[in-house]
Design a protein around this ligand. Structure first.
Ligand SMILES: [Zn+2]
Length: 309
């Protein structure tokens, strides 16, 4: 059974006479049978595009729906939970935890060949979320944001230890510390780490706190935190958005390898390889930043057919 994977508005998978559109941020050339939204980050989901795809079933988690469509303006939403299997447009779709941000899902379906779409994912045990399981597949469409060996991150326990130590030193010296994080993702991980492990009450910027409430609605325990809008009080331990211009804030992102704290909600390079090996896959399609170098690496080093999207 042939499976075609290409880009048109998002990632399109054609198999078994069906067309699935994954994480659209633009209008596709041809109308899909099903749309799948893996999570709420803006590079995976655009509400205006979803609104334009009228009448097409849109599969997403309940939490993603809360984040992208709080006023319930989208039609044909099929809201699911990780671990469920649903039939949509004649396709059996399995959705699994992706461990990336609240509500993030992986998708698996069988159309002659078993196809897995990871979306953005994380395999590590963290203070928030459950890790993504590695799913068996014939065809794997995988996130390659950090698909370069430069982005092999230290294991979570070591990163956590370094962050907690930095925070404790700042507290002992009576000086403030701001950690800069993604508004949805590492913002909540840091809130929980500071509150539950470092045992401080962090000042969390309002945009991050808004997302904290969605995590809490879905059962994640983040501990105690205070909320600030413009600037945290002088001397506070704070979590601010990466996009803020807070002076001296320590960036916590995978891109900060070598200059900050490489804490990411994405899988690093070694976990991407772990996924490819564990999935037992025959064909890989890589998407996002390092798609080309990742596809070349696994085709060259592992002998697996691989393409960049
Ligand atoms: Zn993401």
């Amino acid at each position: 059974m042939s499976v075609r994977v290409y880009r048109s508005g998002g990632i399109v998978v054609e198999a078994g006479g069906k067309r699935l559109l994954l994480d659209p941020t633009g209008i596709p050339d041809r109308k899909p049978d099903v749309v799948f939204v893996s999570h709420a980050h803006s590079d995976h989901c655009r509400p205006s595009v979803l609104r334009a795809l009228k009448g097409v079933p849109k599969v997403m988690s309940h939490a993603t729906r809360d984040l992208v469509d709080p006023r319930r303006r989208l039609d044909s939403v099929v809201a699911v939970n990780a671990g469920e299997e649903v039939e949509v447009a004649g396709l059996q779709l399995e959705v699994h935890e992706a461990g990336h941000v609240i509500g993030s899902l992986q998708l698996r379906f069988d159309a002659g060949a078993t196809v897995v779409y990871t979306g953005d994912f994380n395999l590590e045990r963290r203070v928030v979320m459950r890790p993504a399981p590695v799913l068996k597949a014939d065809v794997l469409v995988i996130d390659a944001t950090y698909g370069h060996h430069r982005y092999t991150f230290p294991p979570r326990p070591l990163l956590y230890k370094a962050i907690v130590q930095t925070v404790r030193e700042a507290v002992e010296e009576g000086r403030g510390l701001a950690l800069a994080a993604r508004t949805l993702g590492t913002g909540q991980e840091l809130t929980a780490l500071l509150s539950l492990v470092a045992k401080v009450v962090p000042f969390v910027e309002e945009k991050i706190a808004e997302k904290n409430r969605i995590y809490e609605k879905y059962g994640e325990v983040l501990g105690e935190y205070a909320v600030h809008s413009l600037r945290p009080p002088r001397g506070a331990i704070a979590v601010v958005p990466l996009s803020s211009d807070h002076p001296g804030a320590v960036p916590c992102t995978g891109w900060a390898v070598g200059r900050g704290i490489p804490l990411s909600s994405h899988a690093g390079f070694s976990d991407l390889l772990r996924y490819v090996v564990g999935s037992g896959v025959a064909t890989v399609y890589a998407f996002s930043s390092f798609a080309s170098s990742f596809a070349s690496y696994i085709s060259r080093e592992m002998g697996i057919e691989a393409y960049a999207l």
